[in-house]
Design a protein around this ligand. Structure first.
Ligand SMILES: O=C(O)CCC(=O)C(=O)O
Length: 194
């Protein structure tokens, strides 16, 4: 069902708050829509994708880690066509922003990395958003599609980051959300019930 929705969204059916992110190098090369769409972001309110990120089994697993009062911060499809490059190790911050590590071979040498592959189609991996993570290149001739969802506890509070290092990130994120959705992060978060 999610697969059909991915095709529909790529083909411009009404898509609500969803934002489609394309690889413009591939658009210019006139590749197929399935190859050019890189990310489908802000799935939070989508009735089809919600069946994934609100799935009772998934929420049950998440509740074991952060308690039963769960908020969905963001949900997104990542599409890696055959030949896609690796995504270097990074940490996620709220929403779609991530910050890469410049001296990655020192901080996260390959010998110290934990490989979660091979994951089978349909597998789920759960980790803290500050865990340094990335993905290898897609060297197969198949598409690699994944849905990600970022959850937090409803007990988490927004803190005032003015004057701290986080302030730049807050401004960056809220400017982007105002541009795409006319809203700030707090109004896009959904409180879920188990
Ligand atoms: O694009 C990828 O393969 C990985 C993306 C990722 O790790 C992320 O969005 O946090």
């Amino acid at each position: 069902m999610e697969q059909k929705r991915i095709y529909d969204v790529c083909n411009n059916v009404p898509k609500g708050m969803i934002v489609v992110v394309k690889d413009w190098d591939l658009v210019i090369k006139k590749r197929t829509i399935e190859e050019t769409v890189n990310k489908i972001n802000f799935l939070n309110f989508d009735p089809v994708f919600s069946q994934y990120h609100e799935h009772p089994r998934l929420l049950h697993a998440v509740s074991q880690l952060i308690g039963e009062n769960i908020s969905l911060i963001n949900s997104m499809v990542i599409n890696k066509p055959p030949g896609s490059k690796w995504h270097p190790p990074h940490q996620n911050f709220k929403n779609q922003m991530f910050f890469t590590i410049s001296d990655v071979d020192v901080v996260a040498p390959v010998s110290k990395r934990l490989s979660l592959t091979p994951m089978e189609p349909g597998d789920t991996v759960i980790f803290h958003s500050l865990t340094v993570h990335g993905s290898w290149a897609n060297t197969s001739n198949l598409f690699r599609k994944a849905i990600t969802a970022v959850y937090s506890s409803q007990e988490c509070e927004y803190i005032d980051v003015k004057g701290s290092l986080q302030e730049t990130f807050e401004i960056e994120i809220n400017n982007e959300l105002k541009r795409t959705h006319g809203s700030d992060l707090q109004h896009l978060v959904i409180n879920l019930s188990l």
